[in-house]
Design a protein around this ligand. Structure first.
Ligand SMILES: *Cc1c(COP(=O)(O)O)cnc(C)c1O
Length: 376
């Protein structure tokens, strides 16, 4: 089976992991954790980085750090992976879901602006949802597939309305907006190292921020809020959300290869665009001139989505539709969904992601493109 987006372990992974095993430094502390954090902060252009057990736990901790209370609101896109919404729900907050932009597949900022203008009010520097008078605390843009929306506009809207921006930049390691790295725009940003992401530690995540107090607090909360280096004294309810050293060792080896992986993702999308543009109604994600995406997961849009999905998967070329839109899931069906013609559903019915592991060969790319053409 040709994987959709599989791991590429061609560097020092085995060497560094072996070193952890030989020295016994496999668990929750170790020099690779520190090194991985330093490399991640340097890459993202932030002052601090705190490693976590997953992207989901990174998102959860960011929201815990905001002191969000049950019944408050977090604004999020309706097209995202479930982890964004799960992290919100863990805090007891509810999402306000914003429909997608039909071309970029990012949160639609016209709809966001309309919502903020019509349905919220400001009192003493706090944003309230008019309908029930509860606070709206955070906007969580998701850089869907490594693309980035208009961050200048989003940050301005957030500031006007006294809402904090926390980026779900888990798909956007190696993506830039006006030369600035994803995850460095909000108060905090996050990365994921799940097996299908552009680099992987098997499972893992990272919080990046320029705020020293938040970084320290994130470290504290992810390590059971232990407040004494010797005794088991804990000063609040903490979490065991650490990244283990053996996973961080993989992360360091993967970071060493990241620029090559990004280069390969760019070659892959270039290949697919050349091979498939003009075939039937095939379309690609729209990217603004301000954005250099990492092209993490090349995805096409077509009326023949189901036929292409069937043909590729039958031929052992793994491909997947977009996520089921969040408003269509039972858990979120009662949450506010700010929509224009339910574009999320249109995108869901038309898009599919195609094989793009960084170690895919040119011959395999050719074979995938030819198979897709067969469906037309
Ligand atoms: C991958 C991903 C996450 C985090 O996933 P983990 O598997 O917990 O690392 C969060 N949000 C989005 C949009 C993602 O794609």
């Amino acid at each position: 089976m040709l994987l959709l987006s599989g791991p590429n372990m061609g560097g020092n992974e085995l060497k560094y992991v072996s070193e952890c095993i030989e020295t016994g430094w496999v668990s929750s502390v170790g020099s690779y954790v520190d090194q991985f954090e330093k490399m991640s902060a340097a890459f993202a252009g932030t002052q601090y980085a705190v490693a976590t057990s997953s992207g989901t736990t990174a998102l959860h901790i960011c929201l815990v750090l905001m002191g969000i209370e049950a019944g408050e609101y977090v604004i999020a896109p309706n097209i995202t992976f479930i982890a964004t919404l799960n992290a919100i729900k863990y805090t007891g907050a509810n999402p306000i879901l914003i429909d997608t932009h039909p071309g970029s597949w990012q949160m639609d900022l016209d709809l966001l602006e309309n919502f903020l203008t019509e349905e919220t009010e400001q009192r003493e520097g706090v944003c309230y949802y008019k309908k029930d008078g509860r606070r709206i605390r955070v906007i969580m843009p998701v850089h869907v597939l490594g693309n980035i929306g208009d961050m200048d506009r989003l940050l301005a809207l957030a500031q006007q309305h006294n809402i904090t921006v926390i980026e779900d930049s888990t798909e956007a390691l190696g993506s830039y907006y006006k030369g600035k790295h994803a995850g460095s725009f909000g108060l905090m940003g996050t990365f994921s190292y799940n097996g299908n992401k552009i680099i992987t530690t098997g499972g893992g995540g990272m919080i990046v921020t320029d705020n020293e107090a938040l970084a320290k607090k994130a470290k504290h909360l992810t390590t059971q809020a232990k407040s004494d280096s010797f005794e088991y004294v804990h000063d609040e309810i903490g979490y065991n959300y650490r990244l283990v050293n053996v996973a961080a060792a993989m992360g360091v080896a993967q970071m060493e290869q990241l620029s090559g992986f990004i280069r390969r993702k760019h070659e892959i999308i270039r290949f697919y665009k050349d091979a498939l543009s003009g075939i039937g109604d095939i379309g690609f994600q729209e990217v603004s001139a301000d954005v250099t995406p990492n092209w993490w997961l090349p995805t096409i849009s077509t009326e023949r989505q189901k036929a292409v999905l069937k043909l590729l998967n039958e031929n052992k070329m793994q491909s997947r539709p977009f996520w089921v839109p969040m408003n269509q899931l039972r858990m979120f069906s009662n949450d506010r969904y700010v929509s224009l013609n339910d574009r999320s559903n249109h995108v869901y019915q038309h898009c599919l992601s195609i094989p793009c592991s960084t170690n895919i060969t040119d011959a395999e790319l050719e074979a995938v493109a030819n198979k897709i053409k067969e469906a037309f």
